[in-house]
Design a protein around this ligand. Sequence first.
Ligand code: DC
Length: 219
Amino acid sequence: MKIAIDGTAASGKGTLARSLAKELGYDYLDTGLLYRSVALQAKEHGIIDLNISDKKIAIARSKIRKLINIAHLLTLPLLDKPDLRSQETSLLAAKIANLPEIRDILLEKQRLFANKPTSGLGVVLDGRDIGTIVLPDAEFKFFIDAKPEIRAKRRFAELKKSDSEVLEQTLLDEINKRDAEDWTRRIAPLKRLPNAFFIDSSSLNADEVLQIALNYING
Ligand code: DC
């Protein structure tokens, strides 16, 4: 059994995917972590910016070659850690998500994971292109969204515990920017498929979203 969960940044799709997997005893993969892991390792290799339209084509090519190596060597499952969630890593991950060479390598890894769940039961994957590209054959597809202001508020509540300087308006600006990038990406953009079950989590808590999803799955 395959469950695909797509949605906007900070919509609660990750929380839903993790709790659904736990509830059903399925394997879980946060596919954003793959892009973030490539970005973090790229940073460690000195790749900070990724100006592909750089006039210095040779430099751009050598950067992409390094990224391809990093992507090939990535092994699942990946461990989440704070460095993967930093602002710098997020920005680089968004740029890396635009590179077809990297998407192809990560696509294969996501499909391998989905086809061999260690639980032997099923998988839940969350991301931006799961229902459209990674698992078009998924038995259940979800699309999760919430108003940008609500998503910024939730992220603010989460972040202010560790960062007292963070501003809600900055988070809202970032969310709007990431939405624009996700919806308009040339390759594998975020898409709300007509056959994906839509949940607007704006006025719902995590338990309510989980119950709605479980009700849908259980018919
Ligand atoms: O979901 P996230 O914020 O952790 O994702 C990190 C980046 O990777 C973000 O720029 C969107 C991109 N991404 C993607 O292009 N396709 C996916 N399946 C998952 C994430």
